[in-house]
Write a protein that binds this ligand. Structure first.
Ligand SMILES: *Cc1c(COP(=O)(O)O)cnc(C)c1O
Length: 358
């Protein structure tokens, strides 16, 4: 249990008006959570303070060797007016999986969840209430030793910032076009692909630019060794419906274990679908599309929740999925997950819809 000191701002800022365009990750709230780590002392000085700059020396290790991790989740205003999170315990677990891989000290899961709840609670007036909007929560850790040697840092900062964000789909679910990248790769087994860390995104930018130039909104990565098997999209996991079965790449170590992915697998199994987590080759997809067996494709992630895919491009092939529109499973998953998040649908699992003040 953390002892969190709260220092409220003397100058609260103007919150966005209802209906104002929020975009994503551009506006920040009045407060942030901060906690220090020092070798020998552990995590200490948990506090909620006014949102502010962080003083760091140019030699701070995070700037040089990328020892950093982050998480991403959302807070919602429930139908009862209270503030809720979606499965924050899963973010706490995943944070420690990233920490372990990157030699960053662990944060006890209950402390991580307590910190997220506390800062969201302080700034809950910032949770927007227009349909589809939410308060994006960004916990992250940076290595702060002033040292240019390559070694795990002995000091760290854990910070949580909050950003009111607009609806991902301004006018309802919209199918996207996806570029299957055949040249660059994002991650390999044994690397850091399963960790939520900056380096994976640095590696992805070049293909994202390329895909955008070609008129596609997202990149779908192939495995880093054979460039033959499907891995995941930029910040989403990927699912297919092939011959009535739900199929998604297995967690092989090089893809991010998405919480939305886990939730979708749970829901689909409970609805009676057969769900396979396995290797899927591009060749299998091309073949399934030709024979009409490829019924749906969708991405899953905190930002979009469910992102229906209308077409996939691979080298000279452009595959239209189904009729290029939104498949029924994609739509039902979107309605169900967002319904549980807002409280409009009763949480069937008991621990998915978590009030920040309980
Ligand atoms: C965060 C992330 C996802 C999605 O994870 P969720 O927990 O569902 O938001 C998928 N892929 C990558 C690379 C990510 O960083």
């Amino acid at each position: 249990m953390l002892n969190i000191r709260i220092e409220r701002t003397a100058n609260p800022r103007k919150k966005p008006e209802p209906g104002a365009p929020l975009g994503f990750g551009k506006i920040f709230t009045d407060h942030m959570f901060v906690m220090n780590y020092t070798e020998g002392q552990g995590w200490h000085d948990a506090r909620i303070v006014p949102y502010q700059k962080i003083p760091l020396e140019p030699s701070a290790m995070v700037f040089h060797y990328g020892q950093t991790m982050f998480e991403g989740l959302k807070a919602y205003k429930g139908t009862d007016g209270r503030a809720y999170l979606f499965r924050p315990d899963m973010n706490a677990k995943r944070a420690n999986a990233s920490n372990d891989r990157l030699c960053i000290p662990r944060i006890p899961e209950e402390d991580f969840v307590q910190a997220v709840k506390a800062v969201v609670s302080v700034d809950q007036e910032w949770i927007p209430s227009d349909p589809g909007t939410s308060l994006y929560v960004r916990p992250f850790i940076i290595a702060t030793d002033e040292f240019l040697g390559v070694a795990p840092s002995k000091t760290y900062l854990f910070i949580i910032i909050l950003s009111p964000s607009g609806a991902y789909y301004a006018s309802g679910l919209n199918p996207v076009g996806i570029w299957i990248e055949d040249e660059y790769v994002r991650a390999v087994r044994g690397g850091i692909g399963f960790a939520k860390t900056g380096g994976n995104y640095a590696a992805s930018l070049i293909a994202q630019v390329k895909a955008h130039d070609e008129g596609f909104s997202q990149v779908l990565w192939l495995d880093g060794v054979e460039r033959k098997y499907i891995e995941e999209v930029g910040a989403m996991n990927i699912f297919f419906k092939i011959n009535g079965k739900i199929v998604t790449p297995m967690l092989s170590g090089s893809i991010l274990p998405g919480i939305t992915r886990n939730s979708v697998i749970t829901l689909c199994r409970d609805w009676g679908y057969e769900v396979e987590e396995r290797r899927i080759s591009v060749d299998e997809l091309i073949e399934a599309q030709k024979t009409g067996a490829l019924e749906e494709c969708f991405g899953t992630g905190t930002a979009a929740v469910i992102s229906p895919v209308g077409k996939l491009r691979y080298v000279d092939d452009v595959m239209v999925i189904g009729d290029g529109g939104i498949g029924p499973v994609s739509q039902k998953l979107y309605d169900t997950v967002t319904g549980i998040q807002s409280g409009a649908i009763k949480d069937p699992y008991g621990n998915w819809h978590v009030c920040v003040d309980d």
